[in-house]
Design a protein around this ligand. Structure first.
Ligand code: PEP
Ligand code: MN
Length: 339
């Protein structure tokens, strides 16, 4: 980092700062730029976690050289990461498709949807058992019963499970049933939750927050990585804007931008990204064309009766067509869909 010294700093204040930096293990280099003094300091910045340099009287400002996200950055690792979950790969040349209902509503419906999306080529079954509903009176999910159905339905087809964790107190029960823990958009900056999944060894699907910048998104993923869990998949799921025609604005430019900043795989969720059934197919195609490493799509056999997100759920026949189309697009990019 670079530390800019106040023009009126006293010599003993400057010396005190240099001494403390050395004490915390930093190598320092004092130089003068015109009439300004600056210190170049190299060391482990974690040593300064509880000792902000801005509180030192000599300091005008601190300019970090390294990005605030390190482990997930391209500086740390140049090659794209492929997350391998029980043989299903996401990232690099491998595209993985997650599909299923918004919420697990019952055993029968889930088995039927699992069978259909599996037949079309999805290898990961999605479904919420703990639902982050905007209204406290809306269906909140079946809890552990829903998790059991998810596991059984996925196992009946040799699929993986992805489901959302909302509360650190549920991590133990969710971990018994799922292969991927989803952190939803509303919890992207729930740092306690991020640290908790970071300590677990289960791969994490991290969704972009409703109003989060790409940097904030990457910093949230850094929370998970900094606790030792590197199996992270990012998910662009749309951000809030002023237009009410769609539920969110699906930010597809985030795909190449994240690619330029991070080595982590990134997938697209056209369902929450648009909130409109007629937008799912075109935006799924566009997402893969933009370089996404996968898709998360809400599929329901009877969207009109769905307990959540029926407006943005496609039926299995539409999902079939979507899979056919994205396979062709993937092939043109010399990638393939995990089967
Ligand atoms: C979901 O995947 O069901 C969900 C609630 O997504 P998001 O967190 O992106 O709104
Ligand atoms: Mn949903």
């Amino acid at each position: 980092m670079i530390i800019v010294i106040k023009p009126d700093a006293k010599d003993h204040e400057l010396q005190h700062l240099l001494d403390r930096l050395e004490h915390y293990g930093f190598k320092t280099h004092l130089s003068e730029w015109g009439n300004r003094k600056i210190i170049g300091a190299i060391g482990d910045e974690r040593a300064l976690r509880d000792k902000p340099l801005s509180t030192f009287p000599a300091v005008e400002k601190v300019v970090p050289i390294l990005k605030p996200f390190k482990l997930v950055s391209k500086d740390f690792k140049k090659e794209p990461t492929t997350v391998n979950i029980k043989g299903v790969k996401i990232g690099g040349k491998h595209i993985a498709i997650m599909a299923g209902p918004c919420s697990v509503e019952g055993r029968e419906m889930l088995f039927e949807i699992a069978e259909k999306v599996h037949k079309a080529g999805a290898r990961i079954l999605r479904g919420g058992a703990f639902k982050p509903r905007t209204s406290p009176y809306a269906f909140q999910g079946l809890g552990e019963e829903g998790l059991k159905y998810l596991r059984e339905a996925a196992d009946s087809r040799g699929m993986l499970v992805v489901t959302e964790l909302m509360d650190p107190r549920d991590i133990e029960v969710i971990s018994k049933y799922t292969d991927i823990i989803q952190i939803g958009a509303r919890n992207m900056q729930n740092f306690k939750l991020l640290k908790e999944v970071g300590k677990s060894k289960i791969p994490v699907l991290l969704k972009r927050g409703l109003c989060s910048t790409i940097k904030e998104f990457l910093m949230a993923s850094e929370y998970i990585a900094s606790e030792g869990n590197y199996d992270i998949i990012l998910c662009e799921r749309g951000i809030r804007s002023f237009d009410t025609e769609t539920r969110n604005i699906l930010d597809l430019s985030a795909i190449p931008v994240i690619r330029s900043m991070s080595h982590l795989p990134v997938i697209v969720d056209p369902s929450h990204g648009t909130g409109r059934r007629d937008c799912i197919l075109p935006m799924a195609q566009a997402g893969i064309a933009a370089g996404a490493d996968g898709l998360m799509v809400e599929v329901h056999t009877n969207p009109e009766e769905a307990l959540s997100d029926g407006d943005q759920s496609i039926v299995p026949e539409e999902f079939d067509l979507l899979m056919k189309r994205v396979k062709i697009i993937a092939a043109t990019l010399e990638k393939h869909i995990e089967e």
